[in-house]
Ligand binder design. Structure first.
Ligand code: GAP
Length: 444
């Protein structure tokens, strides 16, 4: 069921208004398709990355992480085939010379930029690798590339990681970090940008076992998406046909999502065979094969690769969390629109907000130390300005699961009111029992 197209505008506005994501270089008029994560977006993204790392790396015995350099020896990209094959087909409007991805437009129709029907040039392949120069000279000998994917470091470092971590196949190497692609048509907010954040792992397997691992990891990706609050009805599992896959893949399933702007890729899982490790073995002369200590079999490992765009995850988590409802404002039945970001509690930027009913010292003397105490365990916001109704609305819009109100009874009864974002219940809880109460409700 596709999302409502208006939802995208609402998300972009809320992201800016509340400090999730801002246009990059804003005071200089911005830079097209560049975005900065603000304080809340940074927390949300970090929570996603930390939850992923815990789930796929530290809580497992068969996975280790690396954090490799962004600029690698250019021979890496030559051997991996990226310099020759990492391309998108590009056409150019004959009138205004705007460039488009040939697979994303109908070249019989008018140009989407100038509106003229002068036609487009024949498609030609455009390489997406970001070129740069190392040091003071800008010639071919100094040319280097910003990584277009994380994967190559996991292949190049395979032997070092396997030997130092003493892992046996099957095992995986995971990484999170920035990647760069000179996209022809970036756009749709943080969906497609030229620098983006990725998390992925290469799972090294015996060649006879790849299908079993492929199915297993596809199920694990679905379960991760459940955790992120993504409804299955908004997902499409798209088996990529022969001829359509990346140059290294023998099987790929794209996990697509019904964005407000159409059904497009969210994640992917690929069976990369032994393509990459073998290419690096041949090009570098290093023996990257694996000797199974149990069977004495020596082979080049095959790879199953689940890949997760971090910015797309952040976008989808925001799209899924967005909710509007009519909320009563008074006893006589008047209502107003209430916008709530129903983030999964583990991902919400703030878990708790402490809201003293007024700025009077009699309340802040209790509320400030309470917030400091809660911060030791949970990301906690503190807000004492404006009416309590406006403060609740702000916390709803940034998805804070619990608001703790310190009122004029608190100094006497040592109790606070805890408001639940989703159930809208208000419980009176003693200060001593607050952490236990929140721990039970949050589940961590
Ligand atoms: N190592 C495999 C690989 O990089 P990919 O499908 O080219 O595969 C992986 O990219 C993921 O990175 C995609 O599923 C998507 O989530 C994200 N991604 C790719 N290009 C992107 C871009 N220009 N902006 C934001 N995210 C992007």
């Amino acid at each position: 069921m596709p999302h409502n197209p208006e939802l995208m505008d609402k998300i972009v506005n809320l992201a800016r208004r509340r400090g999730f994501v801002f246009p990059g270089s804003d005071i200089y008029g911005g830079l097209a398709n560049s975005w900065d994560y603000g304080p809340l977006g940074t927390e949300l993204k970090r929570n996603i990355m930390d939850a992923w790392w815990k789930r796929f790396v530290t809580s497992r015995g068969d996975m280790v992480g690396i954090d490799a350099a962004i600029i690698m020896n250019p021979k890496v990209w030559e051997a991996s085939g990226h310099l020759a094959e990492f391309t998108d087909p590009l056409v150019e409007c004959k009138k205004c010379h705007t460039r488009f991805r040939a697979d994303q437009i109908d070249t019989v129709k008018a140009c989407g930029h100038c509106g003229q029907k002068d036609g487009f040039t024949e498609p030609k392949n455009f390489n997406l690798m970001f070129k740069t120069f190392l040091g003071a000279t800008e010639d071919a000998t100094a040319t280097a590339y910003l990584r277009g994917e994380l994967a190559q470091a996991m292949f190049v470092d395979f032997k070092l990681v396997q030997e130092t971590s003493r892992k046996r196949i099957p095992f995986g190497i995971a990484q999170q970090g920035k990647c760069f692609r000179n996209e022809i048509t970036p756009g749709n907010f943080i969906f497609r940008t030229r620098e983006f954040n990725l998390m992925e792992f290469e799972y090294f397997v015996h060649p006879s076992e790849w299908e079993k691992h492929f199915e297993y990891w596809l199920e694990e990706m679905k379960s991760w998406l459940d955790f992120c609050g993504v409804k299955r009805e908004n997902l499409v599992f798209h088996e990529i046909e022969d001829g359509e896959r990346a140059h290294y893949s023998k099987r790929t399933v794209d996990i697509e999502y019904h964005y407000p702007f159409g059904q497009k890729e969210l994640y992917g899982i690929a069976y990369r065979t032994d393509y990459d490790v073998r290419k690096h073995l041949e090009a570098s002369g290093s023996d990257l094969s694996y000797l199974d200590p149990m069977t004495n079999e020596k082979y080049v490992p095959h790879v199953v690769e689940p890949t997760f765009g971090i910015d797309r995850t952040t976008l989808v988590v925001m799209l899924e969390a967005y909710d509007e409802e009519d909320a009563p404002t008074s006893e006589d039945g008047e209502t107003e629109k209430r916008v709530v970001m129903r983030f999964p509690k583990a991902l919400a930027p703030y878990k708790v907000a402490v809201l003293p009913l007024s700025k009077k010292p009699v309340l802040s003397e209790i509320a400030e130390p309470l917030a400091a105490r809660l911060r030791k365990r949970y990301a906690t916001d503190y807000d004492e300005t404006q009416s309590i109704g406006r403060r609740y609305r702000r916390q709803d819009e940034i998805g804070t699961p619990f608001c703790v109100t310190v009122d004029f009874d608190t100094p006497n009864d040592h109790k606070v009111t805890v408001r639940d974002r989703d159930a809208m219940t208000q419980d009176r809880v003693t200060l001593d029992e607050l952490e236990t109460y929140l721990g039970e409700k949050l589940g961590f």
